[in-house]
Design a binder for this molecule. Structure first.
Ligand code: FES
Length: 114
């Protein structure tokens, strides 16, 4: 298990990027819940952010790809607007323990094949 962050490390409506074993992930918090995604836009396979930890739209409501502006629902990663509408970000399973987000290395190792 790899510990990524504590629940309190991420502000509401904000996100944070992580590099785990060479794979890029990001954590986003909405309604006090954390969500973990592979940082890989289903449009062109690029990372979503241009600026460090900037994964959200200006209102902090949707995840936004900086390249062509696709918008994704925080809770399930579904693209609801943009060139990859109908496709989804890849959610990564995780566990919470004592407020810390932890992820199995096996879930990271399989990334890159989407
Ligand atoms: S690469 Fe993300 S919307 Fe085009």
């Amino acid at each position: 298990m790899i510990t990524l962050c504590h629940h309190s490390d991420i502000e509401e409506g904000r996100a944070k990027g992580f590099d785990v074993n060479g794979k890029q992930l990001f954590v986003v918090k909405k309604d006090d819940q954390l969500h973990l995604y592979y940082n890989y836009c289903p449009h062109l396979g690029t990372p979503l952010e241009w600026l460090e930890d900037q994964f959200m739209d200006p209102d902090g409501v949707f995840i936004q790809c900086a390249t062509h502006g696709a918008l994704f629902v925080v809770e399930d990663g579904l693209c609801i607007q943009g060139p990859c509408k109908g496709k989804s970000l890849k959610a990564i399973p995780f566990e919470m323990g004592n407020g810390f987000m932890m992820v199995e290395e096996a879930h990271i190792a399989t990334l890159g094949r989407i």
